[in-house]
Write a protein that binds this ligand. Structure first.
Ligand SMILES: [Fe+2]
Length: 319
């Protein structure tokens, strides 16, 4: 049993009632663990497996529809990576960093146990990455299949959260993500900006938003350190079961089902059907996370990005 208020500083009955339907903000105590200082992060990147590390670049203040470009930081120490992120145009993630190292996992287990008690729901599974990103970097408009929340530790960032309607994320597009036909079939149109609810996070603040809420992120003019968490509760697993089954029905039988209006009482049947379908008739599509590496991190290059041959903005503009 974890200590009450050990990780979450200001939970309340109102937040518990709003959770699941509304954007919920709260304060946390992650910084007090000492695991997110420059020194600790340098150590983390020194030992975190390269295969679980994501390094990317983008235009500062990227528009929501602009995806990032993957690169590598081979041969750099953790301290050099942090320095490059601070002064360059870079975003670095220790994917699953909160579960792969004992000192972080102990904190993560405590966080999620306390969060599960706060929302009054069991956490069936959870994973979390540690994100370190530079001034004005961001994350493009997308949807995550699982429940997600962001615990922000250092710097300032604004997350724009959009409605969960067909105008922002059509059911077919969400199904495509759940069926692994695509990783990012979440098309952006400029008129969608009007529907954003901006949430600015300072150090020590966190936000959880309703499952399948599309979002994009823009950093303030400073180094950002955050923990990005994805998790499943019984409610989120059931909802994904509905979208999964309807996605298969739409594609195999040509039906036009609607998932968002499915009554809660019917959701367990869909969930059971989704389990059976995945086992007995797995879909043919299964995109892998493969992005061509287009640059190397270089502390002496502009934005700390040294483009590989045939890559870079000039090449992209000419294409
Ligand atoms: Fe996300």
């Amino acid at each position: 049993m974890t200590q009450l208020n050990a990780m979450i500083a200001d939970w309340s009955a109102e937040k518990r009632a709003a959770y699941g339907d509304e954007i919920v903000r709260f304060r946390h105590r992650l910084e007090e663990t000492g695991l997110f200082t420059d020194e600790a992060l340098a150590k983390l990147f020194d030992k975190h497996p390269v295969a679980h590390r994501d390094i990317c670049t983008m235009t500062p203040n990227p528009p929501p529809g602009q995806t990032w470009i993957a690169g590598e930081a081979n041969g750099l120490s953790g301290a050099e990576i942090i320095e490059a992120v601070r002064k360059g145009h870079l975003w670095a993630s220790a994917r699953s960093g909160m579960v792969m190292h004992p000192e972080y996992k102990a904190v993560f287990d405590a966080m999620m146990a306390e969060f599960g008690r706060a929302i009054g729901q069991p956490i069936l599974s959870a994973n979390a990455s540690i994100l370190v990103s530079g001034p004005k970097m961001g994350i493009f408009f997308h949807v995550d299949p699982a429940e997600t929340m962001l615990w922000h530790v250092r710097g300032t960032k604004t997350i724009n959260i959009y409605p969960r309607t067909d105008d922002y994320i059509p059911e077919r597009a969400l199904e495509a993500i759940l069926l692994k036909e695509t990783l990012s079939d979440c098309p952006w149109r400029d008129e969608m900006a009007a529907g954003a609810t901006p949430v600015t996070l300072h150090a020590g603040e966190a936000v959880a938003w309703p499952q399948h809420g599309p979002h994009n992120v823009i950093n303030g003019d400073n180094l950002n350190v955050s923990v990005s968490i994805e998790y499943n509760t019984p409610a989120s697993a059931l909802l994904n079961g509905v979208f999964y089954v309807n996605g298969r029905l739409r594609r195999t039988l040509g039906l036009q089902p609607t998932s968002r209006g499915t009554p809660r009482a019917l959701q367990p049947a869909y969930w059971a059907a989704s389990k059976a379908l995945k086992l007995l008739a797995p879909p043919r599509h299964n995109v892998e996370k493969a992005h061509p590496r287009q640059f190397d991190v270089d502390l002496k290059a502009p934005g700390c990005v040294r483009w590989r041959e045939g890559c870079g903005p000039e090449v992209r503009q000419a294409a």
